[in-house]
Design a protein around this ligand. Structure first.
Ligand code: PMV
Length: 318
């Protein structure tokens, strides 16, 4: 096959990855745990053997750093590859802290590998995806996924690992979309800056592994209250580490705090809901499927738009 299309869903980390133990190999300084979410998706077609390298995202030709990131990833898959045309569409805002790079690089490596006609295991693909964007290693899988730091120097044991499938637990993730434009500081720049200048960074990396162990147990036993508490503290500790950087880095906007307060009021009124934020101002809220409408109504009072996501399946070739 010389043309192939793949679809991948983004994932939101419940226990965050923030910091790199190896920048060249893109190895994480913390383990993480995530939930893959639909209907958000990236659909990517790779034409393996074209006249020139070209990468299109949402109808726009990529250049500079963005295009290099795509083609460097294809060079890793095959250093002797032919020229390729990559065409990618997101059905949700790109680079706004909504995990578009996670689905983007997962769909890219899957489509490129299918187009090249070379069989590769899902673990191998997850390692390639990690090199493009760390969180992408988790988007090859559906449902609940872990990404361990790994111990090997070459990073071959640091990739997504499925924890429980999409239908394991009927939860929802609501997104309070406060700002849908691209973020000012990329997650890589934010992580490196935090790692280099924040006195809180070592404490963050020390606490993170324990959160993953506890979150894994909470997912397995479907204990939403236990998981929710871990989700909030992981997000807040990650953001605290960057707010303590020099100069401070803060992705939040006033609406972020308003959404956090809305979630806390919901909880005080007896509705189980827990917030998390990534490298952007938008707030994502974890809740049981049965409570999703109550959460949506509460977030609608503080956000321009509220979107409802449910556990999604693994990345797939179309
Ligand atoms: O993999 P990246 O470069 O998109 O970084 C992801 C960083 C966070 O979204 C903040 C956390 C995470 O684990 O997804």
């Amino acid at each position: 096959m010389t043309i192939a299309t793949a679809i991948a869903h983004p994932n939101i980390a419940l226990c965050k990855y923030w910091g790199k133990r190896d920048r060249a190999l893109n190895l994480p300084a913390t383990p993480s745990l995530s939930l893959t979410l639909a209907p958000y998706a990236t659909r990517t077609t790779v034409n393996w053997g074209a006249e020139a390298d070209e990468a299109w995202l949402n109808g726009k030709l990529l250049d500079g750093k963005e295009a290099r990131r795509v083609f460097m990833n294809l060079d890793l898959l095959d250093p002797w590859r032919p020229r390729c045309v990559v065409t990618s569409e997101n059905n949700f805002p790109t680079a706004a802290g909504l995990a578009s790079s996670s689905s983007g690089f997962a769909a890219l490596v899957l489509a490129a590998s299918a187009a090249s006609g070379r069989q590769r295991s899902i673990e191998e693909l997850a390692v390639f995806a990690r090199r493009g964007s760390g969180s992408a290693t988790r988007s090859l899988y559906g449902g609940w996924v872990e990404w361990p730091m790994g111990t090997r120097a070459d990073g071959t044991d640091s990739h997504g690992i499925p924890l429980a499938p999409q239908d394991h637990w009927d939860v929802r993730m609501l997104v309070a979309v406060l700002v849908s434009g691209p973020k000012g500081t990329s997650s890589t720049d934010g992580m490196v800056h935090t790692q280099q200048t924040s006195p809180y960074f070592p404490v963050w990396t020390e606490c993170a592994p324990r959160d993953v162990v506890e979150a894994r147990a909470a997912v397995k036993s479907r204990d939403l209250e236990a998981l929710g508490a871990i989700v909030e503290r992981s997000a807040m500790r990650m953001h605290a580490s960057m707010m303590a950087a020099d100069p401070p880095l803060c992705y939040w906007r006033s609406g972020t705090l308003a959404a956090i307060e809305a979630v806390k009021s919901l909880r005080a009124s007896g509705v189980g809901a827990w917030y998390t934020m990534d490298a952007g101002p938008n707030v994502k809220v974890l809740t049981a499927a049965a409570d999703a409408e109550k959460v949506r109504a509460a977030l609608a009072a503080v956000a321009d738009r509220v979107e409802l996501l449910a556990p999604g399946g693994p990345a797939r070739v179309e």
